[in-house]
Design a protein. Sequence first.
Lengths: 261, 477
Amino acid sequence: MNKDVTEAPQPATKRPRVGLFVTCLVDLIRPAVGFAAVKLLEDAGCAVEVPTQTCCGQPAYNSGDRATTRAIAEQVISAFEPYDYVVAPSGSCAGMLKTHYPELFAGNAVWERRAARFCAKTHELISFLTEVMKVSEVTARFEGSVTYHDSCSGLRELGIKAQPRRLLASVQGLSLKEMHDSDVCCGFGGTFCVKYPDISNTIVTKKAEHIAATGADTLLAGDLGCLMNMAGKLQRLGTPVKARHVAEVLAGIDIPAIGER
Amino acid sequence: MAFAEHLTSPAFKENARHALADPQLQSALHGIETGIVDRRRATVAKLPEFDALRDSARAIKNHTLAHLDLYLEQFEQKCTAAGGHVHYAVTAEEARAKVLEICRNANARLVTKGKSMVGEEIAINDFLEQNGITPVETDLGEYLVQIRHELPSHIIMPAVHLTKAQIEADFRRVHTHLAPDRNLEEHQTLLTEARVILRDRFLSADVGITGANFLIAETGTSIIVTNEGNGDLTQTLPRVHIVLASIEKVVPTLEDVSQLLRVLARSATAQEMSVYTTFSTGPRRAGDPDGPNEYHVIILDNGRTAMLGGQFRDMLRCIRCGACMNHCPVYAAVGGHTYGWVYPGPMGAVLTPSIVGIENAGHLPNASTFCGRCEEVCPVRIPLPGLMRHWREREFERHLSPAAVRSGLAFWAYLATRPRLYAVAMSLFVFGLGLLGKFFRRFRWLPLAGNWTQHRDFPAPQMQTFQAQWKRRIRTQ
C-alpha cells in the first residue's frame, strides 16, 4: 500500500494504535471483512487490536430504548479508551459511535467529556484510511466490473462517497459502473426490514433492478447490513451479481462472495 | 379525537399492503422519483447560495418560534388595523365553529376553497357539508380528491396518487351534465373541463377559504403561494375571505418572507418562484377594484403550543414544501394515503403523532429506514429522523411498542451488555448456523427470521465469530 509522500502521518517507530470495532454483523456473519480491515490498517502502518465487544447499540437506540443504548455506549467507550483511534468497517456503526453517542450523555459532564474524546478519534474504515492515514492507493487486483452502493449513514452522517471510489480506482483490473440512484436507501434500515418487510422488499427490489441494469458483475458497499439485504434480494431474484464488502476488494482478500461458496 | 373517522394510521401495515398491490398507485408514484427529484436537484444547483439560504431560513423560523407570542400579537394588531379580524382557535372544533359562524353571518350557501392543509387538519369540508353549506375545492388536485371523497395524498400535490385514466373516469362519473362522448383523452381537455366547472363556482361563491403559507407580523398580511390562480379567485371574488392558518405560520417581516420564498418553491416544485405569490392585507379598501368586504384570519393551535415547549419544537419550522416526502423511499413505495391521515411522509411521521397522539400513529415514526434523505433536503433543516426517534422513545417509555419487539429487544440487550455471555451465546449461534451452512451456502428460510427470508436469502456464516478467530490468531502469534 502506498501513501502520499508529502505527509507521513506518524513516525515509523510509533505506529498508531487502532482499536477495531468490528461490528456485530461482521463478527457473526462475515469475519473476513474484519480481517480485510485489519490488513488494510496494518498495511497503512497501524497496530491493530480488537478489544472484547458486542454491538454499537443501534438496535436499542432506534427502538427508543435509551437506557440500554447508554449502557452499551458506556461499555464501548470504556473498552476503546486505550487506543489512539477507533475504526469500524461500517458507516452505519461508525455514524452511531461518532455522531449519536454524544447526545446520549447530554447533561452528564463526566460522560460527555469521555464521549467527546471517543468521538473525536472514531472513524469509518475507508475514510480513516484516506483522510487520517493518507492512503491514496492500494496494491490489490480484482478482475471484473463493480458497482458501488452508497450506504445512507456513511454517506449522510459521515460524508463517505468519494473516498471508496478513489481507492477502488487504484485496484488493478477493476472497472466501476455507477448505478442509477446509488445514494438512495436499499430498504435495509436495521430492524425496519423485519418490522415492515413488504415495504423493505419494494425498496430493495428497485435497488436490485438498478444494480442489475449496470451490467456489473459485483456489488460493493461499505456496510454489511445493506449488503446482506441487497445480496439476499439479488439471489432470490436469481440475478447473477455477487456482493462483497468494499474492504475485501481493497485488501485483495479472495473469499466467496456473500451467500456463495 | 373528533377526526377519528378519517384516521387510518393505526392500520398503516394494512394500508401499505393495499398500496403495494395497487398497480395504478405504483405507476403514479413512479412519477415523483423520476420527475420532481431530478428537477429539484437541477434548480438547486443553479443557486450556489442555496445552503446558506437554508441556514438563514432555519434562523428566521427559530427566531420567530422563540418570540412567537410577540409576533402573533403584532400580526393581530396590524391585521386588525387593516380592517381584518383575527380569531384564535385552540382546537380543531373551535376553528370549525368559527368558520361556520362567519359563514352563517354571511348567509353563505356556497364556499370556494383554495388549498389549505389546516383546512384538511380540521376536516372543514365535512363539517360545512353537515351544516348545509357546500364547499368546493378549487385547486385542481384538491378538487380531484374532493370528488373522490379522499384525503390528499401529498401536501402540495394532493392527487399525485392518481393516473390520468382515473381522473378521466372521475370526471365522467361526476360531471354528468356534460356530453358523455366528449373527448377527455388529453391533459388539456381535462384541465379545460375543470376550469369550466370551477369558473362558475368562483363567480357564485359567498365565502372564499384559503390557507396561508405565511403570516407577516409587521404588516398583518397573509400570503398564499400557488400555481393555478385558483387561490386568487377564491379570495378576491366572494364577499368574505377566511384565511385558515396555524400559529407557526407567522414570520416577522416582509424581508424574512422573501428569504423563505426563495427556498420554498425550489424545494417544493423545483420552481424558482411559484406562478402566483399573493399578499392579502385586510378587506377591500375604498378605491380597491376588487377584494372581499370581510377578511378573517383563523389561527389554529391544535397541539402546537405543546410542541413549542418540548422535544418536537424543530418541527414547527416546517414550511410545508413536501421535499421530505418526495425524497422518502418509504413514501415512494406506499404513497401518502398509507400514512392514514392528513400529513404523510417524514414530516407527517413527526407531526401527526403530535396532533392525534402517538398511541394512534405509532407506525408512522417507525416506518422509516432513517436513511436521512429527508433531513438532507429539508429547506429549514428539520432533523426529521432524530424527531422520529424521539417518538420511538416516547413509545418505548409508555410501553406502546409491540410485545414481541420489546421482548426481543430485552433479550438482545441482556446479552449485548454482558460481553462474555454474548461471546458464548454468539459462538453457539454461529456454530449452529455455520453447521447448516456446510449444506447450504445461504438460507431461503430460517426459524424466527421469516420476515427476512420471505423476501430474500440469508447468507450462511462461517463457523466461528471474528472475535474468536482473532483470539486464536493472537494466541498463535
